[in-house]
Design a protein around this ligand. Sequence first.
Ligand SMILES: [Zn+2]
Length: 287
Amino acid sequence: MYAKPDSNTMTTRIARAEDAMDAALKSLSYRLTETEDSRMTPKTPDAPRPNGAASLNGMRNDNAPTLAPVPVPAPEIAPEIAPLPSSAKRTPEAIATGRPSREEAEAAVRTLLRWAGDDPNREGLRDTPARVVKAYGQLFGGYEQDADKLLERVFEEVEGYSDIVLVRDIPFYSHCEHHMVPFMGLAHIAYYPTKGVVGLSKLARVVDTFARRLQTQETMTAQIADVIESILKPRGIAVMVEAEHLCMAMRGVQKAGVSTITTQFRGAFRNDPNEQVRFLTLVRNKP
Ligand SMILES: [Zn+2]
């Protein structure tokens, strides 16, 4: 009882470019957003400066102590404040705090190109920052997606079917959160339905949603199990992810062909080793 995932279902819509590369800039934007909010409220000249502005001043003063007495005028920092995307409400908390503009993201790519030792102005690289930022919209489009919503539609009329539902060999491509280097492989998901089943392609899209974020394989495996557990309330759920991490193959220990396997067993699968054996047998025994 399984289905090969349809490759079309793995295609996510292109989302807004996400500059996941620059966490520091994110937190800066967050502080600046606070500053903007507090500027909305009229203040007396003697009012204490909001925390964000105070720490900004602190940073600048460290570099140029002689400028210390001059307060930084508010308009100077305004252009750095990226507007909240309208989709922010349905995104994970992490990016609901404002994000840099496309121009800022492209500038960051140019900086990394220079850091790598190349010239961002040479012909072959001139359009690369724009292409990278556009690609990020797809590679990290999972931040714009809500995995809960994918599983909203539960089919309850399954003629009493309550045995295992297994979707195996779901291909995915993700990026490790430590090096932002790809890791890719296959996910296998099984559950024992209680209140109904979901469309099989939805499970593949759940995998896709979590894969298109910066991840660790362990976290991704648990997130897949968590969302299926919370929506479907199955009698048991098993998730296995096997992947090759390019950050291991291309850098560090430089070992290619090593696969990492992570599993999550919940409910019946956790309590009964025979259920785990059944799951692993179904995953491994291919026709
Ligand atoms: Zn890594």
